[in-house]
Design a protein around this ligand. Sequence first.
Ligand code: AMP
Length: 623
Amino acid sequence: MGYIELNVLNNETTTVAMGIDLGTTNSLAALWQDGRPVVIKPDGKNGKIPSVVQFPGPNAIPLVGGKALEQAVVDPRNTIFSIKRLMGRGLADVQDDLAAFPFPVTENVRGLLQIDVHGKPMTPQEISSLILMRVHDLACRAMSGNEVVKAVITVPAYFDEPQRQATRDAARLAGIEVLRIINEPTAASLAYGLDRRGEGTVVVYDLGGGTFDVSVLRIEDGVFRVLATSGDTHLGGDDLDRALIDMIRGELSEQLGPDELNDPAFLQAAKLAAEKCKVELSAHPRADLHLMVPDRRVSFRRTISREDFEAAIAPLVERTLDACRLALSDAGLTNSDIDEVVMVGGSTRVPAVLKRVEEFFGRKPHTELNPDEVVALGAAVQAHVLTGGNRDILLMDVIPLSLGLETMGGAVDKLITRNSTIPCQSTEGFTTHVDNQTGIDFNVVQGERELASDCRSLGRFKLTGIPPMPAGMPKIAVRFHVDADGLLTVSAKDESSGATASIEIQPMHGLTDAEVEGMLEASFANAQADFDARRVVDLKAELETMLRVTEKHLTTAREHLDPESLTDLEDAVRSGKHAMTLNDPREIQTVRDGFERATLPLAALLMDSVAKSALAGKKLDEV
Ligand code: AMP
């Protein structure tokens, strides 16, 4: 069984929502179609959109996905990757990542990270929204131009509230309505239909391009609880590629010299070559590592055996198993308590990884679904359920980290404990600490640690207007409420005066509403230009195909078309070629439409000859 087979009792579902796996290396989206989740694969490709954005110039339209990735070698300074690592974080949180980025990352006065792009600061949320816009675009095209504005987006189980909020903000900037943010391991389990087990314990082993996550989930009555997570945010397929490069480093440095070897552009080219070799080694016992960098006069080829590769990566694979041990012990479980193991992420295709995981857990992991797609598929299942696809399955997500208030002395009073299912709420009484205190400062924190300084502060607010009274007399009720979307609102009320104060949590390192609005306005201002540019690309692609096909059949046209239709067609070909040099979508559209009309007689002629040839027993491709 691959995914949940839902009994669609009626066809009321009018809203289509997408599931989006917004990954560190690649993103992809899935839609519910014909009773099952399907990954969107434009042009028959694999559906993965590299999570990369390249900014060609100060006012140029950014490239997103494969085209941006191609620029990583030539323009590393303006090609932004791994933006997920920066979402909802402060500069202190990402020190380990900074060295690997060829673009500068700074922090503004509000603690918001920003990347300098051609002199303009951009937040991770804005860059991430460009990736989401591309995903959104593909989903709309897959639905034949129908708007798909709602989505379920996945995040790692360990993402805290600011990271989740940053993801929501990115979606909002992209014009996407977030139905729910769900955990990636939950989504993967849903794709395999594991929520259908009455109860059980599942390990989700996720080895992607740059990160490794392992999660232990408990399923009870369709509710997923994250018992423990572990992993390494800097361990993944990229490290396997590096292990391969290290295998040839000695030979390479003889050709190049050690300085050249560390040049970022060269390393990027080496990484692509190593990755190609690694992927081949998953299917074959040996493969060539072929590295060509004409600029540097490098042409290098060496055959690598799977055995040698496995020996080189063994320590990395063992590190993932150490993390599995840790997660199990945090959950208070042993290997034998695990009912199912789910493999996620492209790197789980490496046979040595699969073998070691199977040995470690003593059971065959689920690999029936494509490990790149399984998270997006699960998100699409959830999106379908949330848009009314099937009301029988009630899926609930849980609070990943406890929420509480800082109390006197810097301790934390937890009002909502981790793994509470959302929506949820909790109210507690507080009082003043000194006589005649008329105001209280609340610091809302998230985390499992006992001291507020060890937790993450989500925001502060003040309650004023408390009548002067001896310490301990005022009764202040504080209510935490997390809605179905995971949005936290904290309110405080002084019972004697009725004074109230509340905040919707605006996390640190998050965007203010005003900032989001400002960015949205700016994106609306650029929307027409962005839209036009995309339209030009699409129209030219269409025109190019029309020109190619028409030119192929010009001889037939000259032999059989009436003179008027032939002149029209030849004029249309000329205008079409000229339109390929234009940049105004409206002008190109007019030419394209005229072209289409001019080709109708030729199309009729061809159809006719196809029919005749078929009748004469000729194959169609011989026509
Ligand atoms: P993800 O982030 O899940 O898309 O994983 C991408 C990672 O999977 C990259 O490091 C890829 O090189 C790796 N990958 C994809 N296909 C294979 C394969 N057949 N064998 C080994 N690694 C692969």
